[in-house]
Design a protein around this ligand. Structure first.
Ligand SMILES: Nc1nc2c(c(=O)[nH]1)N[C@H]1C(S)=C(S)[C@@H](COP(=O)(O)O)O[C@H]1N2
Ligand SMILES: [Mo]
Length: 317
């Protein structure tokens, strides 16, 4: 009740002892009833509850956000099916609590974090990013999270890891489309695997994301934790992550396995390089009718183009 009725938090409220306690108590589960919505059972997902974060203006677009209703009903989350409304219709089977994220590979201090521990570990920021889907639509979303670099620093990379691999939960009881024989598109190799080069993963724009629109992340948007890499096509931003691993070789991603000619490892937004079946020159903002030109690196060229100096981006698409 207490938490639900609170308005958007400000910076000073980040350390609000009530909020701090509530997060702790969600972990222990002892007094969970106090902080969960009426009717919500102990251990149930707190999705939809307000989440405090400080707006990081330097990393935020000055554009109106896509309507929450659109951002939560027009989704790609193939674990629930290929239709845009499947994730919001069927997302209730995902149980984002309890949840752990294993962080390992070439690190000195591998650790499995409880999701609520992870949320308390680093200051949460709100960042308004546009997310550009490879299907040539985009949304502007106020995400809540913290730089992935903060987490990676914490586990102390050994220096041998050159790439970061993200793995989504594999559990057909929670993700209907992972069941063999599910009617619809089943040609993705589960679990969903994505990857970034280490310098991309530790770039300050790369956000480990636990909320949006001032609230805990909805299931259909990748609860309880997903990555958001705003200069790349949306499919690089893996949802419902259970493992983050530093590896020495470029990870083989689910989309590369499915169709390498269509979905490259880099997948930087690039209006000059068409998808084999359609142009990437422009895009439609969900909620708008007009098309707008797509920007190199989705508008983040100033910040990230230097990561690719000397690379032929037509070859490394
Ligand atoms: N595990 C997983 N992550 C995923 C996907 C998916 O199917 N499974 N779809 C991707 C694609 S194609 C896009 S465009 C974004 C959509 O994120 P959103 O629904 O929060 O807008 O999630 C990405 N992350
Ligand atoms: Mo996408």
């Amino acid at each position: 009740m207490l938490i639900r009725r609170a308005p958007r938090f400000t910076a000073s409220e980040i350390t609000d002892p009530k909020l701090y306690l509530s997060r702790r108590e969600l972990i222990s589960g002892t007094v969970a009833a106090l902080v969960l919505r009426p009717g919500q059972s102990e251990g149930a997902t707190p999705q939809g509850q307000p989440l405090s974060a400080t707006r990081n203006a330097a990393f935020s677009l000055n554009e109106p956000a896509t309507k929450f209703e659109h951002a939560t009903t027009y989704n790609n989350f193939y674990e629930f099916g290929v239709n845009k409304d499947d994730p919001s219709r069927l997302g209730g089977t995902l149980r984002p609590r309890p949840w752990t994220v294993q962080v390992d590979g070439f690190v000195h201090k591998p650790k499995t974090f409880d999701i609520d521990e992870l949320i308390r570990l680093f200051p949460l920021e709100e960042r308004v990013y546009s997310l550009r889907c490879v299907e040539a639509w985009s949304m502007v979303i106020p995400w809540i999270g913290f730089p992935l670099a903060s987490l990676l620093n914490r586990v102390e990379p050994t220096g041998q890891g050159k790439f970061v691999e993200f793995t989504t939960l594999l559990d057909p009881s929670q993700f209907p489309a992972q069941k063999p024989g599910f009617f619809g598109y089943a040609s993705l190799d589960w679990p969903y695997v994505e990857g970034l080069r280490l310098d991309e993963a530790t770039h300050p724009l790369t956000l480990l994301t636990v909320g949006m629109y001032g609230k805990v992340l909805p299931n259909q948007n990748g609860a309880p934790v997903r990555v958001v890499v705003p200069w790349k096509y949306g499919f690089k931003s893996a949802k419902s992550i259970v493992r983050i691993r530093l590896v020495s070789e470029q990870p083989k991603t689910s989309w590369e396995k499915a169709a390498a000619q269509e979905y490259g490892f880099y997948s930087n937004v690039n209006p000059a390089v068409s998808h084999p079946r359609w142009s990437q020159a422009d895009e439609r903002r969900i909620g708008e009718f007009r098309r707008r030109p797509s920007l190199p690196f989705n508008g983040y060229a100033d910040q990230v183009a230097s990561l690719y100096t000397g690379m032929d981006l037509k070859k490394f698409y």
